[in-house]
Design a protein around this ligand. Structure first.
Ligand code: SF4
Length: 85
């Protein structure tokens, strides 16, 4: 799936498999990182995770997405052994 164009630059992004169901935006504090695009047709990252708390939130948001649309480039994923800065 392709990275949606409304995501801010960076490792984390929502891809074109976003339904969009809105489930991620129901998660507490999700709006720190995610929001609807202007057309309300998909969700995008309007901010990249910059702190450990943000990164933990991004991972939780990834877990609640039923479409597996919340993605992180592999080289920057904490699941691949890189620590957050
Ligand atoms: S939970 Fe996933 S599919 Fe649903 S709106 Fe959020 S990113 Fe899109």
């Amino acid at each position: 799936m392709d990275r949606l164009p409304d995501n801010v630059p960076g490792s984390w992004f929502v891809d074109s498999s976003c339904v969009p169901c809105g489930a991620c935006l129901q998660f507490p504090d999700a709006e720190r990182l995610l929001s609807w695009n202007p057309q309300h047709s998909w969700v995008r990252f309007h901010a990249q995770p910059v702190s450990c708390e943000d990164l933990a939130l991004a991972l939780q948001l990834q877990a609640v997405c039923p479409a597996l649309a919340i993605c992180c480039t592999p080289e920057d994923s904490p699941r691949h052994g890189r620590s957050p800065s």
